[in-house]
Design a protein around this ligand. Structure first.
Ligand SMILES: *Cc1c(COP(=O)(O)O)cnc(C)c1O
Length: 216
C-alpha cells in the first residue's frame, strides 16, 4: 500500500494520518515530508529529540509511546501532541513543563482497551478522576482519547475494543467537555486494523509498517 493510497483513504474518511517513523532514518521521513506529510509519530524521547533537531521545523511531532515523567522536559518545548497520557502524575508533569515553556500542550488520554496485561492505559474511573481536576491543569489541553486494540487476528474482538474506546470518548465529551470543542480526537487504528478503527469512529490513525515497511 502506498502513501498516496493511505492518504486518499484518510481524506475520504476525514481522518488524520500520523506517520509512525520510529526506528526509521530521517531520509525516510523526508521522503514522505516531500509528498506533503507533516504529522510524524515517535515513541522514544531520545530519538524524537534528535529527529526534531535535524528535520524541518514545520513537522508536527506526536509522541505515541509510554512516556516517563523524568523525560517530559526534553520534549515539552516542541511536541505537538502526546497520545499517551496515562496517569495523573504524568499529566501534572506535562503541565509543569508546559508552563515553564509558556505553552499549552495538547494530549490524549490513553485507555487500556486490550485484553493483554502489558499495555499501558487508564480505565474510565481513573480518567474521570483526572478530568475532575482539569481546572488545575491550565497548561494542558485534553483533546481526545487514544487506545490500542489487542494484537490478534480476531477482528470482531478488535472492533469490540474500538467500540469501547469510542464510548469512553462520548461519555467524557458529554460529562466534562461540553464547552470544549477541541476535545474531538479519537486516535485508534494501526497498520493491521485501521479500517476497523475508522469504521468504529476513529478520526486519527497511527500507521508505521504500511508506510515505511517492517521494522527490525
Ligand atoms: C509502532 C506503533 C504504531 C504503528 O504500528 P504499525 O503496526 O507499524 O502501523 C502505532 N501506535 C503505536 C502506539 C505504536 O507504538
Amino acid at each position: 500500500m502506498s502513501f498516496e493510497n493511505i492518504k486518499t483513504y484518510c481524506q475520504e474518511h476525514d481522518v488524520s494520518l500520523v506517520a509512525v517513523s520510529k526506528t526509521k532514518p530521517k531520509e525516510a521521513i523526508l521522503e514522505l515530508y516531500e509528498k506533503g506529510q507533516r504529522i510524524f509519530g515517535e515513541n522514544r524521547v531520545q530519538e524524537l529529540v534528535e529527529k526534531n533537531a535535524e528535520l524541518p521545523k514545520d513537522i508536527k511531532w506526536h509522541f505515541i509511546g509510554h512516556l516517563q515523567r523524568n523525560k517530559v522536559k526534553q520534549i515539552a518545548p516542541f511536541v505537538d501532541l502526546i497520545h499517551s497520557a496515562d496517569s495523573l502524575r504524568l499529566i501534572r508533569e506535562i503541565n509543569t513543563q508546559a508552563e515553564k515553556h509558556d505553552r499549552v500542550i495538547s494530549l490524549l488520554l490513553q485507555f487500556h482497551i486490550a485484553t493483554e496485561e502489558s499495555k499501558y492505559g487508564l480505565d474510565i474511573q481513573e480518567a474521570q478522576e483526572i478530568l475532575g481536576l482539569k481546572s488545575e491543569l491550565s497548561n494542558v489541553n485534553i483533546v481526545g482519547v487514544m487506545g490500542m486494540a489487542t494484537f490478534t487476528d480476531n477482528l470482531d474482538q478488535v472492533r469490540k475494543e474500538f467500540k469501547q474506546l469510542k464510548q469512553y470518548f462520548e461519555k467524557i465529551k458529554s460529562e466534562f467537555m461540553s464547552d470544549n470543542s477541541s476535545f474531538r480526537h479519537i486516535s485508534m487504528g494501526m497498520s493491521g486494523d485501521y479500517k476497523e478503527a475508522i469504521a468504529e469512529g476513529s478520526n486519527m490513525i497511527r500507521i508505521g509498517t504500511l508506510l515505511f515497511g517492517a521494522r527490525n
